[in-house]
Each structure stands twice: as structure tokens, then as C-alpha cells.
Design a protein around this ligand. Sequence first.
Ligand code: F0G
Length: 525
Amino acid sequence: MNSTETTDVKLAEPHLEQVLASAGIGVEYTRAERNTLYYRDEEGTEIPVLDLVGGFGSLILGHNHPDLVAHAKDLLDAGTPIHAQFSPHPHANRAALELNRIVHRETGTEEPYFAVFANSGAEAVEAALKHAEFDRGLRLAELRDELAAHRVAARAAVAAGENVAASAYAAAGVAPEAGFEGLIEAVERENARRLARSPLFLAPEGAFHGKLVGSVQLTHNEAFRLPFGSLAAQARFVPVDQPGVLGKIVREEGAVVLDVVTRDGEVGVVERPFPLFCAFLIEPIQGEGGIRVISEAFAQEVRTLCREIACPVVVDEIQSGMGRSGAFLASSLIGLRGDYYTLAKSLGGGIAKTSVTLIREGCYRQDFELVHSSTFAKDGFSSQIALRTLQLLEADDGRAYRTAREVGGKLLTMLEEVRSDFPDVIKDVRGKGLMLGVEFHDQVRAASPDLRAVAESGFLGYVIAGHLLNAHRIRVFPTGSSVNTLRIEPSIHLSDEEIEQLRTALRAVGSLLRDQDVQRLVGAG
Ligand code: F0G
């Protein structure tokens, strides 16, 4: 095989391409602007497609925003240094300052957030996980020192004639005959075992935080996670909106060590908590899990519990952030405050690939900067594009956020109207701003055997997507972990006509599903 020119030789993940082609969505696009992707048909005519996938949420400002394109050209023409590793990064720093200004305004805090830049969403999540573990390791070391100092003090107290409480032996799991040194040995052995446990992460059921080695452990979908479970520390997934369950799960883990203390004239052994839980990761609006807005009550429960167990809260705004919800941070709308925030996708304005992990000063360990890095992070080009993107969002007193709310409101109203006309087809419509989901009823019990077969294969959402593309020139996909939910994430430039185009298309799908007309659903008509 020596002809890399031959386009019919496929080596870049050809299997996935085939799967997409079989659902009728394997179209190659040749041009893009605002909410439109164009392809060329067999005659070479350019065909526009309304793109509601929006780069999986990367295009809050649309494809190829003219201001960003012009800025990118200027930067390249001016020979801006893109790679100047190990030198000051003024542009990344300006982006960090702007991010702080916005986050402070929305969350009402003044505490600085330090910024660790990266290149993709999963990488920002992994920087958060690594930083949280770095911090946990330092806190564990402090705890070990403190426990050791307490044992030394207890030994001195016993030598000076202090009594050892009978309950201390029971707590350490040794008989009183073992004597005080036997007790100390047992406590040390037991603590060493407990403190060596792998860190545990917490995340809600339905979570999606990426697909790299660490982040995939926090992605609830078993198909993505289980094959790689042996590679990294695990998460416990907690059910959402079940008050008290979160606390129960945390208690079940029994994250306590034994502390030898001198109290009330006696030496005793008490249990005290240790930081087993490394971080709680949470998306304010679950994206890939099916567009589910986290409730204020659950957000509050997470905050309260995490404060109790000294576990940092990592708010993953990679998809919901950058104005998509109608605020810069979707978490600010539900009163969820993060010790860390992760941003990616639209941070690059649809042009650059960049991401960032923001870490509250009170949790920040500056030595992390000496042990974590990436060649491409903080590069001059992406940082300046990110900064301009932030400026565009903030322009005119946050007009972009208002637009996201207004256009999103119109879109949601339309979707609700279609649902109320087709309640037997559309199960639910939900989301916030320009992050919306349309869930179709499962068709596994449909009268039509063909439709049942499609539903059983788990491809109903993709078949609907294929129909919308081929019959209505609308591009939309189901979420990977909620296969009957179409995810709608356009840019703020969505027009009334485009909303009507989607209404017409969804009504047509509603009728076809109501009529169980699989022939026309899988065809273009
Ligand atoms: N966190 C969230 C909330 C995400 O939605 C994603 C990606 C990631 C992290 C990982 O980012 O792909 O840049 O490494 N979501 C895409 C999706 C894949 O389909 O919604 P990444």
C-alpha cells in the first residue's frame, strides 16, 4: 500500500466511519459558517445543513466566527510566537485574569482561581484529578505526622504512669495482654493498611468526564469505562436526587484511621476521618449522559457533604460552560460553587483547541506546576483566541448570554409544543439555554417488527438523526449514553427560520414514528 493519495484507502478509524455511514450520517463537509455546514452533492452543488451538533458544544459562537478568523489571521501574519515554552505566557495569563473576573462576578467570590491550561476536555479533567491527588497526598502526609506525634506523646504519658483505657485495646483490635507496645504496633499496622487505599472519586450516575485513562473512570457509561477499569483509581457513582444516599455511600467506605490520644487522664484510641475521597466531579448539566440539569437541592447536598469530608468539588463546565446555559457558568444558575472548574470546548472559540482547570487559591498547591505540564498548553495562538472568545462573550454587557437565554427559550418552547402534539413519540424535552435534549419514547414494544428491531439495536436515535439529515438537512445526534435523546446545541446565532426548520422536521419524524413508518424513516422521505 504505497498510495496515500488514494482516498478510497481508509486508515483513520475506518470502522467508526462505516458505522456512521450505515446510519446515513457519514457525510463529508467541505465548508462551515455560523450554524451551517456545507457538503457537495454528486453534481458538485453546495448543500447547506443546519448544524445543531455544534462541535459537541464547541461552537457557542458558531463555525468560523468572522472576528475570530480575522484575529487568527492577524496573529499568524504577525508571526506571533506560538511555541515559547518555559518563558512567561502573558496571553495565557490575561485569559486567566479574564476568567477570574467573570467567575468572581457570577459566583460572588473574590478568592483567586489559579489556571492550569491544557488542550482538551479530558486533559483538563485529568489535571484536576492529578492536582486533587497531589493535594490529598500532602494532606495525608500531614495527617501521618500528626498521628505519629500523638503516638509519641501517648508513649511518654504511659511511661510517666498514665493509664491505658481498656476500650483502647478493643479499638485497636488487640488483647490487653499485648501491652501498650502491642497496641501501638497494631494501630500502626492497621493505619498503614487503611492509608494505602487507592483514592476514591465520586460522581453522579450519568456522569461524563472524558475518555482518557483517568477521566474515563469517572464516566458512568460501562461500555466506555469497564474495559479500562484496571488502569486507574475508581469512582463511586451516586444516584442523583435521593437525599441521604450520598451520605450513606460515603459512610459505607469507612474512611477513618486510628488515633492514639491522651484524654481525661487516660490513653485511648479514637477513630478520625482521613481524606480517602479525592474529588467529587459534577457537571451542572449532564451532557453526554442525556442533558439533565442537576437540581439545586442535589447541588447543595454535594456541597455540604464535600465540605464535611474535606473533598474538593470539581465542577465540570466543559460542555455547559462558556455561556451555553445563558450564564457563563451553568453552575452559577443552580448555586453550585466549585473548588475547581474545568472549561474546554467553546473556550477555543471553535478555532483553537484549548482547555483550562481553575483551582481555588485555598486548595492550590503551587508545586503542582513543577510536576505537571504539556508541550502545547498555554500556547500563544490558543491563548489569544481564548481571550478574544471571552471578550466576545462579555461584549455589550454580556449580550451573548442574554441571546443564549432568549434563543434557547424560543427553542425550548418550540420543542415543548412539538412534544405536546406528539406525546406518544416524544417522552421529554429538557435543558437550559442552548443545551437542550429531546428524548424519544423507546420503541422496543412498537407494533412494527422493523421499528422494534431498530429500537432493540440501540440505534433509534441514530436512525432519527439519519432521517433528519437526509430528509431535512439538519444535523443532530443522540448522546452516547442516552441513546434515545437527541442533543441540540447550536450557536447563539440560531435564527427563527432555523427553529422553524427544526419544528417541521421533528413534526415529520413524530408522524413517521406514530405511523410506525420505518420505510420512510430510514429512507430520505
Ligand atoms: N467533560 C464533559 C462534561 C464533556 O462533555 C466532555 C466531552 C469531556 C469532559 C471531555 O472532553 O472530548 O475534549 O476530551 N464531551 C463530548 C460529548 C465527547 O460528546 O459531549 P474532550
